[in-house]
Structures are given as C-alpha cells and as structure tokens.
Design a protein around this ligand. Structure first.
Ligand SMILES: Nc1ncnc2c1ncn2[C@@H]1O[C@H](COP(=O)(O)OP(=O)(O)O)[C@@H](O)[C@H]1O
Ligand SMILES: [Mg+2]
Length: 259
C-alpha cells in the first residue's frame, strides 16, 4: 500500500531522514520506534505532504505522493493524527468530527475550509456519520460529551477525538503519531485494542509511531527502528527490541530523553 524508496529529508545541513526504504502492506500494522529526534515525525510529515523529500519516492498504491499538498494526500487516502493534538478547541466534539468530514463531501474545498455544510440534508448526514465515528470509542466518548467544547475533554479523549477526525476523511492508510502519549496505563492498554479494532472493524492499514513498548509489542506485525534518520533494524518486535543497535540507540541517548 505504501512504499518509500531511498527517501532523504534534509533541513539545511541537517539530515532528518537518510536513504530510507519502508513498505507497509495492505492490512498491516507497522510501528516506527526510535529515540527523540530519530526522524519519526518527519517521516509522517514527508508521507503526508507537509514536507517534500529532498530525494527519493513515496508511493501509495503505486501512485506518487511527492509534491502533493496535505489535502491532496488526504484525498488520496492517507489520514494522520499529530503528536501534539490538533483540534478546534472551541468547537464542540461533534463539530470537530463534522468539519473533518466536509472536505470529503460534495460541498467542496471552499465550504470545507469554513466548515460549512451545503445543505440541511447534507448537514444531517454528516452529523450522523460523525456520531457513528465517535461511537467507535464507546463509553469513553459518550453522547453527552458530543456537544461540549473540545477543550473540556481529558487529554486521552482529545487523542481519541483526533483519531475520529482522521477517520472522518475515510482513509485507507492511517498514521498515528504517539497515540498513547500522556495516557495512563489503563488508557494505554486500551489504545492497543483501539489500534487493533481500527484494522479489524475499519479495514485500515496502520503506521504507528509509539514510545510505549507494550503498545508496540501488542499491535505490531512489524517494527522499524530509526536513529538519526537511518533505519537501524526491522522485523518482528522481539528481533527489533533486542537488536544491539536499537539498545545502543536508546541507551546512548541517556534516560532523560525518554519517558
Ligand atoms: N522543519 C524542520 N526544520 C529543521 N529541522 C527539523 C524540522 N523538522 C524536524 N527537524 C529536525 O529533524 C530531526 C528529527 O525530528 P523529528 O522527526 O521530530 O523526530 P522524532 O519524531 O523522531 O522525535 C530533529 O533533529 C528535528 O529538530
Ligand atoms: Mg515525533
């Protein structure tokens, strides 16, 4: 589904990603790990069109994504969440999901930029869809919360809402940037199930950046480890977690870098 070949991303003299090959097959859950500054978020930014790679190719189902802006990459079937949650905090929970949907209705880009529906009928349909998407999170994000402003949500619920917003764009490939960050152990455990359900129930292919090794172990078909923008190991969880270069990358940076 996703294929990166020989991707390099430079910012001036700094090489954030170096000659990276990465494949994600349809229906797979692949995790990207690595110490802070390894280039993980930059990888997502390159895939989603926030950055154009200095060199190399990025293909979704055989079609190049290079040079497409983020809206077009999203239209092509790639949605993401952000490490630092990005919501409209003054909008209600349901409006946050609805506004993410409009870009994918006939209302078109101009209306979607203003988060305006084209008709009452369309608004109803969009609301129904948003309710269905939020229902994915069950009792954690129940109906009474839907009309409250997003700022009233707990941190964990903001992360769930971000996932719902990503789902609203009907992706094939979902990129999750540290979905368990800031969550307590119980919520973190739930995220493992959420990721698995996203594949089982929504049919998604998933690329996930995560620091919590329980989550990585729980969800991953395959793990890719980055350090200084270079892929240092790839394989199943046990292979990567015990790989000497991975252990070195984490220990070498010092514990203060990690949570
Ligand atoms: N827009 C940018 N301009 C300059 N340097 C950047 C930019 N984005 C990321 N970097 C640098 O790229 C490196 C990798 O960052 P990042 O991808 O955020 O790491 P990670 O997500 O693995 O912690 C860091 O050194 C970071 O400072
Ligand atoms: Mg990051």
């Amino acid at each position: 589904m996703l294929k990166l070949s020989n991707v390099t991303m430079e910012f001036g003299a700094l090489r954030s990603i170096s000659e990276l090959d990465l494949t994600v097959n349809e229906g797979e859950i692949v995790s990207v790990i690595g110490p802070n500054g390894a280039g993980k978020t930059t990888l997502f930014n390159v895939i989603t069109g926030i950055y154009t790679p200095t060199s190399g190719s990025v293909e979704l189902e055989g079609k190049s994504l290079v040079g497409l802006d983020p809206a077009r990459v999203n239209h092509a079937g790639v949605a993401r969440t952000f490490q630092n949650v990005r919501l409209f905090l003054n909008m209600s929970v349901i409006e946050n999901v609805m506004s993410a949907t409009y870009g994918h209705t006939r209302a078109g880009l101009f209306a979607s930029a203003l988060a305006l529906p084209k008709s009452r009928k369309e608004e109803k349909a969009v609301r129904a869809k948003a309710e269905e998407l939020l229902s994915f999170f069950g009792s954690r994000l129940t109906g009474y919360r839907w009309d409250q402003p997003a700022y009233s949500l707990s941190y964990a619920n903001r992360r769930r809402l971000e996932i719902a917003r990503a789902l609203a764009t009907e992706p094939k490939l979902l990129l999750l940037d540290e979905p368990a960050a800031g969550m307590n152990p119980k919520e973190t455990q739930e995220i493992t199930q959420v990721v698995e359900r996203l594949r089982a129930e929504k049919g998604l292919t998933i690329l996930i950046i995560e620091h919590d090794m329980h989550v990585v172990e729980g969800v991953s078909d395959r793990v890719v480890a980055l350090d200084h923008g270079v892929k240092i190991a790839e394989g199943n969880f046990d292979h990567v977690a015990t790989h000497p270069d991975v252990v070195e990358a984490y220990l070498g940076r010092g514990a203060a870098d990690r949570k």
